[in-house]
Design a protein. Structure first.
Length: 334
């Protein structure tokens, strides 16, 4: 088997079997036979894996910025950090290390949504996006504490094989607060300042971790600013990033608890997603009405936004669920 095909085969095995579950010898041999056929000249899979990797090393920043402005509400700090991080990484022909970002905040504040917008802008075609954007859900892919060592090996192989096939691969890890302790350290070598590891260059890869851990700390700081009559826009981002790094390192309900990834400063940006206020929820409801094809209804928008703005119980300043349940509430209210 040619070296390039071998690299592709290493990512086909997990694709053709249940995600990251143990593989028997018979399954591996069967997958090898199927892979050989799929990689025959002119096959769709050969095109999508070997020839169709989007190697434009730039994003259309005017487009992605517009997407963020029109679709993401109340997250000026997060958008500012992410755009700067992407520009720095994309403008370098040979980045010294992969771009590694950790998103933090309450549920419904936009962490997954922002990741999806980034993936859609990085790979505009569904086929490419399906092949080069890799989403790991902790509860789905790493459910058994007794199999952590196996998960470590499989995760390393998955990342190595996919970056070999497409250097500009995007890896998204959600539910990091549920990840078994120590598992994420298995990918530490891929996140550092190294030109190549076993001949594979990782500098163009992007890693995003989605965390609920740290959300309470972010809300505490935002609420304190509000009570001191300071503007939301003036919350110091450097202070937040430092607090988040310490919070997830010390928090037992974090996949980064006492992690070497944190100790060795391999996460480039800790991105805070602020709790959403009444006006932000209103924007979410208005956008959801548009998406569902309904006319703008100011009374309905105000009603849903008021019901969802419930924290703290006295001030009712923030939505404890963000915009998570807006779609279902709109459906029930129409």
């Amino acid at each position: 088997m040619k070296p390039l095909n071998a690299a592709v085969f290493s990512i086909l095995v997990p694709t053709l079997t249940p995600a990251l579950d143990p593989l028997s010898t018979s399954v591996i041999m069967g997958a090898a036979a199927v892979s050989w056929q799929l990689l025959s000249p002119g096959s769709w899979l050969q095109c999508s894996l070997l020839k169709c990797c989007n190697m434009k090393d730039t994003l259309d920043f005017s487009v992605i910025k517009m997407d963020f402005q029109h679709k993401v509400f109340g997250q000026h700090l997060a958008i500012q950090i992410i755009l700067r991080a992407l520009k720095a990484n994309m403008h370098s022909k040979q980045p010294r290390k992969p771009l590694v970002m950790s998103f933090h905040g309450w549920t419904g504040t936009g962490k997954s949504f922002v990741s999806r917008i980034l993936a859609e802008n990085l790979y505009q075609h569904n086929t490419a996006r399906q092949r080069f954007v890799h989403h790991f859900n902790t509860l789905l892919h790493f459910p058994h504490l007794s199999r952590v060592q196996l998960y470590k090996e499989q995760l390393q192989n998955w990342i190595r094989g996919n970056v070999s096939a497409c250097p500009r691969s995007l890896f998204i890890f959600s539910e990091m607060d549920q990840m078994p302790h120590g598992l994420i350290d298995s990918i530490m070598p891929f996140l550092g300042y190294q030109e190549k590891i076993d001949g594979v260059y990782y500098g163009k890869a992007i890693f995003i971790f989605l965390n609920n851990a740290g959300g309470d700390k972010i809300t505490e700081i935002a609420l304190d600013h509000w009570r001191r009559m300071k503007r939301r826009e003036d919350i110091p981002v450097k202070e937040l990033q430092s607090l988040l790094s310490n919070e997830i390192f010390q928090n037992r309900n974090s996949g980064f608890f006492h992690s070497q990834v944190i100790q060795k400063s391999l996460i480039d940006y800790f991105v805070p997603f602020l709790p959403l206020e009444y006006n932000h929820v209103r924007q979410c409801v208005q956008e959801e009405l548009r998406v569902q094809g309904h006319p703008k209804d100011e009374d309905l928008i105000s009603e849903i936004a008021f019901e969802m703005t419930d924290y703290p119980s006295e001030e009712r300043l923030y939505s404890s669920k963000g915009c998570k349940t807006v779609a279902s509430r709109v459906i029930l209210s129409i």
